[in-house]
Design a protein around this ligand. Sequence first.
Ligand code: SF4
Length: 257
Amino acid sequence: MAEQSGVQGVTQGRVRLSAEDVAGLNQRFRGSKPEAVLRWAIDTFGSRLAFASSFGAEDMVLIDMLSKIEAPITIFTLDTGRLHEETYDVMERTRDRYKVAVQSYFPGRDAVEALERERGFYSFRQSVEERKFCCFVRKVEPLGRALKDVDAWITGLRREQAATRTGIDVVEIDASHDSIVKINPLTDWTEPQVWAYLREHDVPYNALHDQGFPSIGCSPCTRAIKPGEDVRAGRWWWENPATKECGLHIDSKHGAR
Ligand code: SF4
């Protein structure tokens, strides 16, 4: 099993990968279909694998693929308290269509109460630091709780999504979360590939995508883009593109992503 899966070792019940394992796996998965990556992940990590979903287009592709593999996997989402109505709608349609439970992680009550009391309700517009603080309270800290008891997590990240994501690999070691494994099966996919899959398989998706939102986050920090604009132009549009990450995805090779 260990040899077949490319896993170096199991320590105190936890599956760990070495840097050599990761390099070998990325070589092996070059040109592979995402379904092959998902099958490897399920075989390797079993119940200690979770899928972090914000129910964007890429995540819906992966949810559909996972349903066809028929693997019980924990799907979790970060309910920041500032999401769009359309996001809750697609989460509910996902539950209905795929008969899956979605585990929400909320921000800490005391932290949000203090944030709003001391900094206001739109502090994230004041500076990059204030915005990152809000993202920390509402996303980063809850993500840490969600990943505390897993050995690996799956994301829908793609390289072409942002200047900050061009260096991602299919398999990575997540140094910001206790060196668990991070798996990005859609790394090489293009936006047209994502939409071709959704249409071919009649997969539900967030209605905001049809209103000019290629990337969807919290309601006050996401807006529609104009034709020809970068796909991340509607996220934190008042900031420099180089700062446009919420801290959920830290590049272990190059720093913040
Ligand atoms: S995206 Fe905006 S509202 Fe959501 S956590 Fe980040 S700063 Fe706060």
